[in-house]
Design a protein around this ligand. Structure first.
Ligand SMILES: Nc1ncnc2c1ncn2[C@@H]1O[C@H](COP(=O)(O)OP(=O)(O)OP(=O)(O)O)[C@@H](O)[C@H]1O
Ligand SMILES: [Mg+2]
Length: 298
């Protein structure tokens, strides 16, 4: 199992959208890991649950929240030394073929968050959450999944023990960002939080998460905006032992509603349409950079 945290501390840069696109790519194409269809889990760590909602609908998310079957609920039981069954906490998005073009959507699994319950968990257990994630949650996930995608919230700091634990225990971090002055200025804070997360992993005697790279979103490489900021982004990435992905995601009007309740995710790929090639390339590059698949020989 490999876990990938999608994180940028700036809001609205496309964390949830990228999570959805990656989840979609890995679950519904010919991607195989160890010669079988990859088993994908999306853990939504944002109280807004935008990616969980887009994948399985608001009704299912609310139902699981009501029963305490959320990532915070699971961690609480694990910290208390109980032996919950992971499958009770997983919402299944079943395989189906959809849309006019009969696009096949693979099966995947989703775990939402409960914002209030998370706060209570954080107040009570603080950094014990990191240890519980490493020692108890991770072994459960190892058995059941090939790739775990973690959709992180924005505006976190080290008192947000739950998202910090998710970041610290991830194998990889990818950072969607826009080539704009405002997101560039906010990057330093993001890097600082990633360093905190890496420190927490080291402190727990574990492998620290690797910042794989920045993925440019809403990017048109012909614009002045891009020319002005791309170089600076590369420098900042390099200073933080990272890089900017070769591939990027263009601004897509269809994606503007991707994490909206009104748009069912099943139609997203169809609406992304001609841009889907970019999604495929970004996903493949991520898989290669994270060592999920072998790098195409170049
Ligand atoms: N490439 C794109 N082209 C056009 N719109 C996009 C693109 N990527 C994301 N969006 C839109 O931008 C908005 C923010 O995206 P998203 O919710 O994925 O960001 P986020 O980083 O998860 O936000 P938050 O910090 O609130 O969790 C959404 O309305 C989304 O549909
Ligand atoms: Mg989001």
């Amino acid at each position: 199992m490999r876990s990938v945290a999608v994180f940028n501390n700036k809001g609205g840069v496309g964390k949830s959208t990228l999570t959805l696109l990656l989840a979609d790519f890995f679950s519904s194409t010919s991607v195989t890991i160890k010669d079988r269809r990859a088993r994908i889990l999306v853990i939504d760590l944002d109280a807004q649950n935008s990616s969980a909602t887009a994948l399985v609908g608001q009704t299912a998310v609310e139902h699981y929240q009501k029963d305490g079957l959320t990532v915070d609920g699971l961690l609480q039981l694990l910290i208390q030394g109980k032996k919950p069954s992971l499958s009770d906490f997983l919402i299944t998005r079943r395989e189906k073929t959809t849309g006019a073009r009969k696009i096949p959507l693979g099966q995947l699994w989703v775990m939402p968050t409960d914002g209030d319950a998370s706060l209570r968990l954080e107040e009570k257990y603080r950094d014990r959450i990191v240890i519980a994630w490493f020692e108890r949650l991770r072994p459960l996930l190892e058995k059941a999944f090939d790739i775990v995608l973690l959709d992180l919230p924005a505006n976190i700091d080290r008192r947000n023990f739950l998202p910090m634990a998710a970041l610290s225990t991830a194998d990889f971090i990818v950072t969607p960002t826009e080539p704009s002055k405002i997101t560039l200025n906010a990057l330093e804070k993001t890097f600082n939080i990633i360093r905190d997360a890496q420190g927490a992993a080291r402190q727990a005697g574990r492998q620290e998460p690797k910042l794989v790279g920045l993925i440019l979103n809403k990017t048109d490489r012909r614009t002045k905006q891009y020319r002005l900021h791309a170089k600076e982004l590369k420098i900042r990435a390099g200073e933080n032992d990272s890089l900017v992905f070769d591939n990027w995601l263009p601004p897509a009007p269809a994606l503007a509603t991707a994490t909206d309740d009104s748009l069912e995710f099943e139609h997203l790929r169809e609406r992304y349409d001609t841009y889907y090639d970019h999604v495929r390339k970004v996903s493949k590059e991520m898989a290669e950079r994270c060592g999920l698949v072998k790098r195409a020989g170049k």
